[in-house]
Ligand binder design. Structure first.
Ligand SMILES: NC(=O)c1ccc[n+]([C@@H]2O[C@H](COP(=O)([O-])OP(=O)(O)OC[C@H]3O[C@@H](n4cnc5c(N)ncnc54)[C@H](OP(=O)(O)O)[C@@H]3O)[C@@H](O)[C@H]2O)c1
Length: 302
């Protein structure tokens, strides 16, 4: 765990705990990159393929943690991480734990306290690629918390994918993860709902996607979003090219079209309600991005 070791040309021994689809991809990639790799999983058979590739299967969590200076945990959630980690007892002392499950910033902060109580160097992280892209040079792995731990083990972390350090607040990696996935799910739902809408007139997904996806980047992301992002930081929403009322009207048409066409209409109705709330809060003459002011506050009780 010294600077000398991390700078060594010999790949560092690593333990991977948690062999779901992601943990298997992490351990497999570490093996491919020459890291002596020890693995542990609640269901031991999931390690069979990795053992055939040269991984060492630990019999207990304590044995797994003791086998390497750095342990990567990739379990279902923080609760599982605590349950599994607690069984290793004193084996953790003086080791490094890089925890890559998703969760909430509060849970990440609790994990930091857990680690401090046991003398563990802790780094929190989040994986922003599917298992198939682990190890790919363009893959994004987010880290936050102890910068010294990140710096010392950056080479090992880079074996799994492109490491990005977000800052000393340990909750940042999972907060970014939630934010990026929030964007992903909303975008996917927008597309899927649009496909359902044209599908009500027997238009195929492939036919629609050819037009829609080529329209989306230049007309929505580039011209409406990218150019206006700085305005979000200054709460500046000039309505000279279109007002929130105009957008509310559009959302009303979309909702009614869904109803007429007999498809699910909750998603556009919710967007309509959010736009109406922004108008009620005084942003009527502003542009659509003023709904950001609604998003910044906790949901109001009905
Ligand atoms: N898969 C992806 O595309 C992807 C992408 C980015 C991030 N991630 C994140 O990576 C983490 C792991 O994801 P995953 O896809 O590998 O699968 P997962 O289903 O989220 O987690 C599976 C792992 O958790 C273990 N586990 C679950 N409950 C347990 C318990 N009570 N005690 C002990 N171990 C338990 C499983 O052990 P068993 O094998 O014994 O059931 C397995 O090792 C998640 O936090 C996920 O959000 C996943």
């Amino acid at each position: 765990m010294t600077n000398q070791q991390s700078a060594s040309p010999q790949p560092q021994p690593v333990t991977v705990i948690g062999l779901g689809p992601m943990g298997v991809a992490l351990a497999g990639t570490l093996l491919e990159r020459g890291h002596p790799t020890t693995v542990w999983n609640r269901t031991p058979e999931r390690a069979n393929g990795l053992v055939a590739q040269g991984a060492h299967r630990a019999g207990t969590v304590a044995e797994a943690v003791s086998a390497s200076p750095v342990t990567i945990m990739c379990l279902k959630d923080y609760e599982t991480m605590h349950t599994v980690s607690d069984s290793a007892g004193d084996a953790w002392k003086g080791r490094v734990l890089v925890n890559l499950n998703s969760g909430t910033p509060k849970e990440a902060h609790t994990a930091v306290s857990w680690a401090a109580d046991r003398g563990v160097d802790y780094l929190d992280g989040a994986i922003m690629v599917p298992p198939a892209l682990v190890g790919h040079p363009d893959s994004i792995f987010l880290y936050s918390g102890a910068q010294a731990v990140f710096d010392e083990h950056r080479t090992t972390l880079a074996s799994m994918g492109g490491p990005r350090y977000l800052g000393p607040d340990p909750g940042l990696a999972v907060l970014y993860n939630a934010a990026l996935l929030d964007m992903m799910y909303a975008t996917m739902n927008g597309f899927l709902h649009a496909v359902a809408l044209v599908g009500s007139a027997n238009v195929s997904a492939v036919t629609f996607a050819d037009l829609a996806l080529n329209w989306f980047m230049p007309s929505v992301v580039d011209s409406s979003l990218t150019a206006q992002v700085p305005n979000l930081d200054s709460s500046n929403y000039p309505g000279d090219m279109g007002t929130l009322e105009m957008n509310l009207n559009a959302l009303e048409h979309i909702t009614r079209t869904c109803e007429e066409q007999g498809i699910h209409s909750d998603q556009p109705r919710l967007m309509k309600e959010i736009a109406a709330q922004a108008i009620a809060e005084g942003y009527s003459g502003k542009n659509y991005l003023a709904v950001f002011e609604v998003f910044k506050k906790a949901t109001q009780a009905p």
